[in-house]
Design a protein around this ligand. Structure first.
Ligand code: ADP
Length: 499
């Protein structure tokens, strides 16, 4: 298993897996928590509904107690006046025959009480067990009677109550008191689906908790939170938390991926650096060996003809030039890394620079049998460049063209101009570069590790330096290359440097 795979597995085990497990756990417990919260709310609201019912019952019980306490000399006015929802009070015996009503109102008095006979019998039974139960019965749309039985003497009492007036005046006050700013409470009549009272009439009750009103048959009291219902609030919380968990997971995965990329890149750099050391050593050793060999031959005076001597001197000179270029490349690279060298711009003729660069490689090109084509534009203006470093860039590109051409040995150097730029093209018909490497060849130490490149030695710095030099001149460099066909580098340099 290679080291990047190991890093990936380590990251997955240390960061991603625990985070993922945690998220799955959080999401599954999220549902439970929301369920619990919802149940808690439900119970609280139930308690509120219970207290409303209890209060209503208390009010009715207090009326019943007052009547029973004053019996048989009931001061009806003292009961009726402060309680406008009570329309009248009916007193009758358990046989429901003799019936009195205060104040007398024929409508209620003539209600057929006999249909409630069973209810009355039940109340009497309770009374014999010393329990005064209140039994509500509906007698019309707007009226109902609270029936109860007194103990001594045993009489059936009916408190005739106006529904709406009781709900609005008595229960309404209590509901408004409870609701305050957080809740909305309302009382609905089931048979007509009509809202009799609401603490906030503008709100529709669609999904609310509800309980029947004990004392009012056919009526329910409903409750909900102001703004959102409990279910909506629980859903909201659920989705908000879910989004948060997913978001955190995404950030974590992105972070882990970023760390993985960073480590992978660093490891690649370390590997490239160690390749670089062995490549550079080789690059230094070859010219040194040649220089030494020819210098020794000359020193031993083994060379007979003057022509041969000149040839050997030439080789020594070129090899030292090659050494100088390599060392310059490394020095330039370290200056480039530390950003310590500033360009010294001076107006210069690009055609001249290219011609003198080519002349340095002339011998090598001839020796290797290159066909060289130079197409230099005649009307090129001089442009501001740092001649020393631009020369270095051209050297590197021509060096590469020579180094990476095996069968078809062809070099073309071309200049032209556009509106604001000078274009320089350096083209060969060599081994070419596969598309996947095009972006990477400009990175430091990067070498294509296939085919001839394994045998053609290099430092992997050449194009990184060229790229840096061209960018420092506010220019661009592009590569156009196909494997087996050749490579063309196109450089643009601006006619003027920005201030
Ligand atoms: P090197 O010292 O290896 O030549 P460079 O930075 O100059 O380093 O180039 C990086 C890589 O780009 C080379 O290793 C080679 O694979 C590829 N390359 C550069 N120029 C050419 C070219 N003209 N033809 C084919 N491949 C090239």
């Amino acid at each position: 298993m290679n080291s990047t795979k190991k890093i990936f597995i380590a990251l997955a085990l240390i960061v991603l897996l625990p985070a993922l497990f945690n998220s799955v756990y959080e999401i599954s417990s999220l549902n439970e928590t929301e369920e619990m919260l919802s149940q808690m709310y439900t119970r609280q609201l139930d308690a509120v509904l219970f207290s409303v019912n209890q209060y209503t019952l208390d009010v009715a019980s207090s009326w019943a107690s007052q009547i029973e306490n004053e019996f048989p000399k009931i001061n009806f006015n003292r009961i009726l006046q402060p309680n406008p929802s009570i329309r009248s009070i009916i007193v009758t015996d358990t046989s429901l025959v003799q019936m009195d009503e205060f104040p007398a109102s024929t409508a209620e008095k003539h209600q057929n009480f006999s249909i409630h006979k069973q209810a009355v019998e039940r109340l009497v039974r309770y009374q014999t067990l010393s329990y005064r139960k209140l039994e509500p019965v509906i007698i019309s749309d707007s009226t109902f009677i609270i029936l109860f039985v007194t103990s001594s003497p045993v009489k059936v009492i009916g408190i005739v109550v106006n529904n709406e007036s009781f709900i609005n005046d008595v229960i309404g006050k209590k509901l408004t008191d409870i609701a305050q700013n957080d809740l909305i409470l309302c009382v609905n009549r089931l048979s007509t689906s009509r809202t009799v009272f609401s603490t906030d009439p503008s709100v529709m009750f669609t999904s609310a908790q509800q309980r029947p009103l004990w004392i009012f048959p056919d009526h329910i009291v409903q409750i909900r939170l102001k703004g959102t219902t409990i279910q909506e609030a629980a859903n909201d919380r659920y989705y908000r938390n879910l989004i948060l968990i997913v978001l955190l997971d995404c950030i974590l995965v992105a972070g882990a991926f970023f760390v993985y990329r960073l480590i992978k890149r660093e490891m690649e750099l370390v590997a490239l650096r160690s390749d670089f050391v062995s490549n550079v050593s080789h690059e230094l050793r070859t010219p040194l060996a040649l220089i030494r060999m020819f210098a020794e031959t000359l020193e031993m005076k083994r060379v007979k003809t003057e022509k041969k001597k000149q040839e050997y001197y030439g080789i020594i000179l070129r090899e030292t030039e090659r050494l100088t270029r390599l060392i310059n490349n490394i020095l330039n690279f370290s200056r480039m890394e530390s950003d310590s060298r500033k360009n010294m711009f001076a107006s210069a003729d690009i055609n001249n620079i290219l011609a003198s660069t080519l002349s340095v490689h002339k011998y090598q090109l001839e020796q290797k049998g290159f066909t060289v084509e130079t197409v230099l534009a005649k009307d090129l203006p001089s442009i501001p460049v740092d001649e020393e470093v631009i020369t270095e860039a051209f050297h590197n590109l021509i060096d590469n063209a020579i180094k990476y051409s095996v069968e078809n040995k062809y070099l073309r150097v071309e200049t032209s101009r556009s509106k604001d730029h000078i274009l320089i093209r350096i083209e060969d018909h060599g081994i070419g570069i596969a598309a996947e490497h095009h972006a990477k060849i400009f990175e430091k130490f990067y070498r294509v590790s296939q085919g001839l490149v394994n045998t053609a030695k290099g430092s992997g710095l050449g194009l990184a330096i060229v790229h840096h030099i061209i960018l420092s001149h506010h220019g661009t460099i592009d590569v156009h290359s196909t494997v087996g066909t050749g490579t063309r580098f196109t450089i643009t340099l601006p006619l003027t440097q920005p201030k």
